[in-house]
Ligand binder design. Sequence first.
Ligand SMILES: NC(=O)c1ccc[n+]([C@@H]2O[C@H](COP(=O)([O-])OP(=O)(O)OC[C@H]3O[C@@H](n4cnc5c(N)ncnc54)[C@H](O)[C@@H]3O)[C@@H](O)[C@H]2O)c1
Ligand SMILES: O=c1ccn([C@@H]2O[C@H](COP(=O)(O)OP(=O)(O)O[C@H]3O[C@H](CO)[C@@H](O)[C@H](O)[C@H]3O)[C@@H](O)[C@H]2O)c(=O)[nH]1
Length: 461
Amino acid sequence: MNLSIVGTGYVGLVTGTCLAAAGHRVACVDVRANIVEMINSGRPPIYEAGLELLLSQVIRDAMLTATTDLDSAVANSDVTMLCVGTPTVNSQTDLSQIQLASQSIGGALRKKTAYHVVVVKSTVLPGTTEDLVQPSIENACQRKLGEGWGLCMNPEFLREGQAVEDCRWPDRIVIGVSDDRAAEVMRQLYAGSHCPLVVTTPKTAEMIKYVANSLFATLISFSNEVGNLCASVPGVDAREVWRGVHLDRRLTPMRAEPGKPAEVVHYLWHGLGFGGSCFPKDVAALRGFGKRNGVATGLLDSVLTTNETQPLRMIDLLEKEMDVPNKKVAVLGLAFKPGTDDLRDSPAFPVIRALKKRGAKVVVHDPVAMPLARRHDELSGVDFASDWQDALKEADACCLVTSWSEYKAITPEHCLQFMRQPVILDGRGFFDPTSFTRAGVIWRGIGYTPIVPLPAVPKWD
Ligand SMILES: NC(=O)c1ccc[n+]([C@@H]2O[C@H](COP(=O)([O-])OP(=O)(O)OC[C@H]3O[C@@H](n4cnc5c(N)ncnc54)[C@H](O)[C@@H]3O)[C@@H](O)[C@H]2O)c1
Ligand SMILES: O=c1ccn([C@@H]2O[C@H](COP(=O)(O)OP(=O)(O)O[C@H]3O[C@H](CO)[C@@H](O)[C@H](O)[C@H]3O)[C@@H](O)[C@H]2O)c(=O)[nH]1
């Protein structure tokens, strides 16, 4: 099938690349000429694990091209996917990118006679596809929905850092369709997928996306509240508590083969709270939607409040150890999670803001997000380290914010060797508290307060 993708950011580029790898011919459209140029040369403008290799393959095989020419991309395709941004501003979704892009797609459809399906992949509140996208296209193309074109709402569930895998192996595909003809085209598009296809109305598809994100955000805030409770009881490690809870078969389906251990769900761990471009904005948008519809959303309010205060727990831990003014504090990890360079709503920012406000000298490091970080307004006045060793040098404390696997190389010995004061604030339950504490490092974590002094190591000989 020939596809055009409008908006070539995290979702558009990954979706376009994976669909091209699945055998579709894809034209990626963006208003930013610089990223179009990068894509055409096989270089992704974003960091996403596994994307560069797949993109270079589909570019080499001429299955994907990028362009700023939306008209010709729409004219030469059967399906157009709308993947532009939908930021939340003051609990309201800013739909300006959706509106503009819909008008442009409608304008292109005006000159087209062959049947075409427009697919909304961006996350939009219930009603947006039918009340905004549809009339915008109808006005621009001068044809009603069903007169040579169909509409579909097809939410995206990929996670950054695992986006290529999620896109190629989704758990389910949800399509909210305007009519049977559009549904048939979508079935053909996803014919190679081996997962359940949920066919529903556009409004229900829109709601499914917000409910999925809000459910996970709610569970993470709950996990963080539990982590905070565990930390108030020295010796109780929230990681162990969660393992004990997760093994319930309602959360972790047991393996069929007897005798094989269950794989514990690898989600819902406590830490610095959720960040990224989706959970904070989507929960806030659903809460705003509820308020406008006169529906109380007390639970969602609490989810956001817990999330806002969670990064500051790291500062509380630090202040218990030292007077912060003029201390050098290393912040390891800036991306909102490992595997991506995305800095949007990263918990690193409230931590850094609070450190700067208290007069700390902040030095930051991230394995992939440094180029974006250097241009970030909030990071003016901080020092950028070349690697984690450089960040730890002469530091009075180190805040572990993002659980990049390369930070696993940090040992207690490194802390003792490089730091002025070996104080580790672990925001992700990342390091082993026992080995760090035994070696003489002051380890403080969210979700766990070690019993100090530690019990003696048992001797076996
Ligand atoms: N990032 C994620 O992990 C993720 C996952 C699932 C769903 N979503 C949703 O998908 C949507 C896109 O998210 P994103 O993170 O990819 O956004 P993004 O900001 O990374 O990308 C949006 C792109 O659209 C381009 N654009 C804007 N207006 C355009 C126009 N008129 N014509 C052509 N291009 C245009 C921008 O230049 C930008 O490159 C949002 O609604 C988001 O909520 C995001
Ligand atoms: O147990 C957990 C899991 C995640 N997080 C945090 O939650 C945030 C989001 O993580 P994750 O869900 O892995 O990444 P996203 O890329 O934001 O993906 C979410 O948002 C996307 C955009 O809507 C959806 O498509 C995905 O299904 C949804 O998981 C990150 O800050 C994580 O550190 C936790 O604190 N604890």
